[in-house]
Design a protein around this ligand. Sequence first.
Ligand code: ZN
Ligand code: ZN
Length: 691
Amino acid sequence: MFAEVILAKVTPGLDKIYHYSIPKELEGKAQVGSQVIVPFGNAKRVGYIVGFVETSDVKGIKDIGEVLSPYPLFTRRSVELARWMAEHYYSFFMTALRVIMPPGTAHIEKRALKTKLRKPLYKELPTSNLKLQNKSPSYVLRTSEGKQIINYKKFELTKEQDKALASIKSDLDSGKFSVSLLYGITASGKTEVYLRAADLVVISGGSAIILVPEVGLTPQMIERFREHFGDILAVYHSERTMKERQSEWEAVALSESSVVLGTRSALFMPMKNLKLIVIDEEYENTYKSDQSPRYQTRDVAFHIAKSVNAAVVLGSGTPSVETYYNAESGNYRLLTLPKRIDDRALPPVKVVDMRDEMKARNYNVLSRGMREEIKSAIQKKEQVILFINRRGYFTFVMCRTCGYTIQCPKCSASLIYYMNDRKLRCNHCNFESPAPVVCPKCQSTSIKFFGGGTQRIEQEVAQIVPKARILRLDRDTVKKKGMYENIIRSFISGSADVLIGTQMVTKGLDIGSVTLVGVVAADIGLNLPDFRAAEHTFQLITQVAGRTGRHELPGKVIVQTYNPDHYAIKYSSSHDYLGFYKEEIQSRRQLGYPPFSSLINIIIHGENEKNVEQVSKELVKFIKKRLRAGDEAFGPAKAPINKLKGNFRYQIIVKGKDPENIRKAVVSGLGPIVKLGRVRISVDIDPYNML
Ligand SMILES: [Zn+2]
Ligand SMILES: [Zn+2]
């Protein structure tokens, strides 16, 4: 018998399976999932065993040198999953496998080959704490005869919640793969349904994964689950330290934890007897991996759930157009929560046309109405959330004489003015330069700063209400670990009156004293060259509007826009998802966009623009030759962000009815091009970001 080994370090030529024989002393130790040291050429390499074969045609097979891991790091099923992901998302097999392996494994690889006298790489996996294993949530009591009694002191479910839960229960009982869409407006009680569904699973001895988008994983959400599930809950996300993640991973591997709450990487936790995967706000772009393998969490969840006959629940108040279409066409079961808990009203939304403000000579970023409402809320000791999807102070700098705008020299993007250090900075690559006094092009002094980001809103609010305690939540204020949680916690505890932030403030917060939500610039994303621009705008406004009026105090929303007639603005201001959906799906059908087609976005990038352009042209020719009739390849064209971190970027978009057909055409077209290696190519299947 021979072991199939994949090398840890990948390059295009080496991403394949190598055969090694197993010396007597390693028999039994070498398993699928073992991290090993193997001889390779004249050197030693770290690799992983991904399978075994009875016979091999390879001549001169060598022995495995050493088995490093005391226990398997992944299962046969994980190997299959990684294979599927590598093929489907066009990544290296090893890169896909890495997504599934326990945290910290890559770190060990680096140490493994270094010294002779090395510290132990692994501590033995502690044997399970039997007390914790298969422990039930704290409210499950057992009688002396061993019967389970559920001591559930929580509130009653609404009729709709009850119905949704019953439907999920029947799916769980069937023991078959199923998908439901739980479409419930903000504050309609979706989380309670997730909790109860996970309960059903745990009580029957299974395990559940609850995924939330990064911005939705607030301390409030975690506390709610912690309170409910106690010790059997594992919390897994990138904000946690490596040590914490490792310990959560072990708890799951030892079956001490049977419910996992986390962001997309939590999908790959080593669950035993997985019965349920919940994806909250499945439309969120953080569910789409932005590095290879560029997987879509929802589709990987389907793949996993199919292989173990689990139920998937997608939940959202603003489902992606594709998902709602699938529910409408009967591919997913549609469950609806149409009302807020206790029949609370959705907050009224006032749309302010910023052109009218200009006419009235108000050149501030905040309209007169918004300023008044902020003042009044703070006077009443209530809280305010202001949302603007842009960081910094001024968002572009332009010369009034010649029209020149100051761009990043390495990216095709405007430089942003930051007030704290009075510098211009690129939000893509962090390039910095002092703010100019004269135009770099024509030397005119009429240089002007425009646009408003979070910093500017912060300053304006401080001017309107000098005594207001203000918190700002954006990528600049959460650079240090733990800051995100700190800011959210202090706002929840009431030690600030106003929370100003980017999309980090749009989800997950459930605070009774928030009575005003202001959308400062609703149009920011509306004009992006992306067919999902309207959908994203609708979702952001609806979600942030849903942060108010959730408890006793009624809420109010103000949306500032230059496009008050745009359908995304109109429908979001009347909380009308179905209205938006109907209009959007019609336009998708007319233009042949998803769900009526599949897309692949190919970005060709490199430092030499000529090379990039030439390779792009060759590539599109190769692909076109392989496409079926009716499928199309557009480009090459300069990508919307044409230059990024010093790299020129060209784009090819492939569109077709059958996702498998276009994927094959692209992959086989890439073959001859990739070998040339002159530029880098990234392939994004079902892209979420078209820039
Ligand atoms: Zn100028
Ligand atoms: Zn830049």
